[in-house]
Structure formats: structure tokens, C-alpha cells
Design a protein around this ligand. Structure first.
Ligand code: DC
Length: 256
């Protein structure tokens, strides 16, 4: 009788472990990628999401939508409550590379220099950040997601199992920016771009809300001298173990 009971208990325990491992494997995986502007984050994050067949959450697009909406409504961008009230009423949809704002495809409109240069007060608005962070969390629910921004691993998804801080030296980032501009036929001087970027990094680090910080448990990837393909390969090496065998040991293996 005793043996039978023991057998049953052993069997139940093994089933329980099996179910727990299974749940762990199918559980939503959030890959949070943060880092400074110019580190090649967006392109690499999108590419790795495609490669892994994860959904891609472009959080910058949300801040851009909020800015575009506030500019169109003629709201004073520094009027925090009015901007926050306006943002609460927005319907922002992200579908692949397309961004919809209140039913209108604004994929191009949110990337104009006018929007890019006026995001600052919106990104500094704590109420807006709260609202957008909430939308980001609900967007990610029940999906495997690669999310990209500056506060994803620290504030929006502090419990994300896989966090990556993608960065590059300021010199490398400035060189890339000069190349990008010259590919668009815009002549830019390297020292000027480097100065601007250093200033932006300092401002970003000082931000009271949503400042760029590396999460303590993020894996840092410095992309100096790497091609885009190499960066994406490196991301895959870091992320893959979390998909197949997401155990703490594998976390250590990846980081060592
Ligand atoms: O990644 P991007 O250039 O599209 O981002 C646009 C702006 O939004 C950028 O100035 C930083 C800000 N941003 C933010 O404050 N928090 C995020 N999670 C993502 C972007």
C-alpha cells in the first residue's frame, strides 16, 4: 500500500514538474533592448525580432505619435496636463512597420524633422510616460516580444527575463551619423555631430523620468566595429538560450 502511495506521489510530482517546465517554456518572453541613440538599436532590434518571429514593439513610435498629435492639436508642448489629457484619448496602433494614429497611417509623418526635434517635452512628461508605458505593457501581453527604447528594461518591463543594453562609443555613433547624413546628401562635420551627441547623452542621463540607464541585469553589447549582421548574430546568441532552455545557468553562460 505504502509503495503504491509513494509511486502515486512520485508520479504526481513528476507531472507537476513537467507542467511547470512546460508553462515556463511557453510563457511570454519579453526581450528588452535599450541603449543610446545612434547605436543601431532600432534596425538591429527589428531584424532580430523578424529572425526569431517575435513581435516588435517600437516604443519610440509611440512618443512620436504623441508629439505629432500634440503639434496638430496646437497644444503647448510644455503644458503637461493638457498634453497628457490629449494623449490619453489617442488610439495608437502598431502593425509591423506601420503606425496608425486615430485610424490614419502616420508611419512617415511621425519621422519628419519637425516631430523629431520636438519630442523632448513629451518624453519628459511623467503622465505621458505612465500612459505610454501602460499601453506598452498591454501591447506585449501574451506575446513573444522584442521591445526597444530607453526605459524598457528598467521601467516598463523590469521583470523581463532577457535584457540587452546595446551601445557604441560616442565616436563610433557620431561617425555613423555623419555617414547616414551624407547618404542622404547632407554634409555634416564630425566634430559638430560629436559635440551635439555628447550634449544629448548628458541631457538623457540627467532626465528625471525615462532617462537612459542600463538595467543591472542587462547584457551589454558594444557594437563598435561590428557590422549590422554581426550585431544581429550577437543578439541571437544572447536571446536563443532564453527560448529553448531559460534556466538561470544559461543566463550565466551567456554573460560569462
Ligand atoms: O527611437 P526613436 O528615435 O524613434 O525615439 C523617439 C524619441 O522618443 C527619442 O527622442 C527618445 C524618446 N523615447 C523615449 O523617451 N522613451 C522610449 N521608450 C522610446 C523613445
Amino acid at each position: 500500500m505504502g509503495t503504491c502511495r509513494e509511486k502515486f506521489l512520485n508520479w504526481s510530482l513528476s507531472r507537476l514538474i513537467y507542467v511547470q517546465v512546460w508553462l515556463w517554456l511557453v510563457e511570454q518572453l519579453v526581450v528588452a533592448i535599450d541603449g543610446p541613440a545612434g547605436a543601431g538599436k532600432s534596425t538591429a532590434a527589428r531584424m532580430i525580432a523578424d529572425r526569431l518571429q517575435f513581435d516588435f514593439l517600437d516604443t519610440g513610435a509611440m512618443y512620436r505619435c504623441a508629439t505629432l498629435a500634440a503639434l496638430r492639436a496646437g497644444v503647448e508642448l510644455t503644458d503637461q496636463s493638457s498634453v497628457a489629457e490629449l494623449v490619453r484619448q489617442l488610439d495608437i496602433q502598431l502593425e509591423g512597420r506601420n503606425v496608425w494614429l486615430n485610424g490614419e497611417d502616420v508611419s512617415l509623418a511621425i519621422r519628419t524633422p519637425s516631430v523629431s526635434s520636438q519630442i523632448g517635452p513629451i518624453a519628459d512628461n511623467m503622465q505621458v510616460r505612465r500612459q505610454l508605458s501602460q499601453w506598452q505593457r498591454s501591447w506585449a501581453q501574451d506575446r513573444h516580444v522584442v521591445t526597444e527604447g530607453r526605459d524598457q528594461g528598467t521601467e516598463v518591463f523590469p521583470d523581463a527575463r532577457c535584457k540587452i543594453f546595446l551601445t557604441a562609443s560616442s565616436e563610433e555613433r557620431a561617425r555613423r551619423r555623419v555617414q547616414e547624413l551624407s547618404a542622404q546628401g547632407i554634409e555634416a562635420d564630425y566634430p559638430g555631430i560629436l559635440d551635439q551627441q555628447n550634449q544629448r547623452d548628458r541631457d538623457d542621463a540627467r532626465r528625471e523620468f525615462g532617462g537612459l540607464r542600463k538595467a543591472a541585469d542587462a547584457v551589454e553589447v558594444v557594437t563598435d566595429g561590428m557590422t549590422l549582421e554581426q550585431v544581429v548574430d550577437r543578439l541571437e546568441t544572447i536571446i536563443r538560450p532564453w527560448i529553448s532552455t531559460p534556466s538561470p545557468e544559461c543566463q550565466l553562460d551567456v554573460r560569462s
